[in-house]
Design a protein around this ligand. Structure first.
Ligand code: 5AD
Ligand code: SF4
Length: 432
């Protein structure tokens, strides 16, 4: 039996793509191996969002080309494939295939034609979603892509180049995927998209569907107990969607809605045309709909031209919104983006210093939120045992890890009373 090795880097969409590729190869009779030296086909499923992510892929490629069997097929799929194109073959001549994020369903051609060099970085297709075999069993959390690509064109972001313009999947196909996931083990649905709340689909009869319609339809599936979606763009947070937080109890009180910067000047140069007033207004409406809602964000520090004052405004908004579960990054110039060509690039040392300050602030906010959870009881989803096997790991509605002492039963959903907290996680016990 032939074996495949796949390693995934990057976002949840990539994790999903990796699962689809594994299901496709398994359906063709290959088995998965974790050992590169043993594999007949080696696939790196790659991320290009920051230069570091791309560098990581090329250093892994350099390592793997020395470890692999001489006749193993070897290639990259995903965002670095699209970023590098034919240049990847020049850098790593042993590569057999370079397939972009919307062409990985062409992988069987590689198996059928092992001597060819296959390059396909075309965009514009939803083919891959519906052409590939489904996974036999769903994990408890099913990631369901509903749209791909992004039309916002933030000036720092390579994604509109790597994943293309926005396309939304058919409503019926998405709900079929949710139903299949629920029937094969899913308890939670997480809708995915680079611009997930921009989902728009019109069927043949002219009926229009939005993300709120998807949430309502997924919530009607009895086995599904929790629903969330990521990542949202602030100005696409329409009233029908905000209302879902009031009316749909299965929708978790947690929203990922990146602000990126707290400085109006920087936001303008990022081509994110919303005012802080508008952003705060949306958060107020969300709080009104769901008083216990918490927001998470991504931040970029050291965007071209960012001054100390601009950076302080980012710190201020972080303190004001009290973001939880957030990520911050040093700005990284990317090919095919406008910001890479902007003057006033910020020196690396300043970026690093600002990142350390923001990270400390975000950690502090997270710690105080975690501490505020002590004494509360929350419905949590079982993830698995911890490394020692002496504890069970659960996930709260706010995506915090909550660790409870191992018990004979590990119910998939359980009410857990939080007993202790630090900045990274919670401890708890089953509530009676
Ligand atoms: N440099 C640094 N961070 C970036 N992100 C996207 N592009 C860049 C870049 N060029 C961050 C954004 C986005 C997250 C997925 O990655 O914060 O929300
Ligand atoms: Fe990375 Fe963005 Fe591509 Fe996801 S879509 S893999 S985050 S570059």
């Amino acid at each position: 039996m032939k074996k495949f090795f796949i390693q995934t880097f990057g976002c949840q969409m990539n994790v999903y793509d990796g699962q689809r590729i594994a299901a496709m190869l398994t359906a063709r009779g290959l088995s998965r191996t974790q050992n590169v030296a043993d594999a007949d086909i080696i696939i790196l499923n790659t991320c290009a969002v920051r230069a570091k992510a791309t560098d990581k892929v090329f250093s892994a490629l350099g390592r793997i080309r020395r470890q692999k069997k001489p006749d193993a097929l070897f290639g990259i799929v995903g965002c670095v494939a699209r970023e590098s194109g034919a240049d990847a073959f020049r850098r790593i001549p042993e590569l057999n295939f370079v397939l972009g994020p919307q062409s990985y369903h062409k992988l069987p051609q590689v198996l059928e034609n092992p001597d060819a060099k296959l390059l396909n970085i075309d965009l514009g297709g939803l083919e891959k979603f519906d052409e590939l075999p489904r996974m036999e069993h769903s994990p408890a959390v099913a990631y369901v892509p509903i749209q791909e690509g992004c039309d916002h064109c933030c000036t720092y972001c390579i994604v509109p180049y790597t994943r293309g313009r926005e396309v939304s999947r058919r409503f019926a196909n998405v709900i079929d995927d949710c139903r299949h996931a629920a029937d094969t083990g899913a308890v939670e649905i997480c809708f995915l998209g680079q611009n997930v709340n921009g989902y728009k689909y019109t069927d043949n009869d002219g009926r229009k569907y939005r993300l709120s319609d998807l949430i309502r339809a997924a919530a009607a599936l009895p086995r599904i107990q929790r629903i969330r979606f990521t990542s949202s763009y602030p100005t696409e947070m329409t009233d029908d969607l905000i209302e879902m937080f009031r009316t749909e109890p299965k929708l978790l009180p947690f929203l990922n809605m990146p602000i990126q910067s707290g400085s109006p000047n920087v936001l303008t140069r990022m081509n994110r045309p919303y005012s802080l007033d508008l952003y705060i207004d949306i958060i107020n409406k969300l709080h009104d709909a769901r008083p216990d809602i918490q927001i998470s964000s991504d931040f970029i520090v050291g965007f071209p031209g960012e001054s100390d004052e601009d950076f302080n405004q980012t710190l201020e908004i972080a303190r004001r919104i009290k973001y939880i579960n957030s990520y911050s990054f040093k700005y990284s110039p990317r090919p095919h983006t406008a910001a890479a060509l902007m003057p006033d690039q910020v020196p690396e040392t300043i970026k690093a210093a600002r990142l350390a300050i923001l990270d400390a602030e975000l950690n502090e906010i997270q710690r105080s939120f975690n501490e505020a959870c002590i004494g509360k009881t929350m419905p949590c989803l079982y993830e698995g045992p911890d490394k020692t096997g002496r504890h069970l790991v659960y996930r709260t509605p706010y995506m915090q890890q909550c660790i409870v002492p191992a018990n004979d039963a590990a119910p998939q959903m359980a009410d857990i009373k939080v007993t202790a907290a630090n900045k990274a996680s919670l401890r708890g016990e089953f509530a009676d």
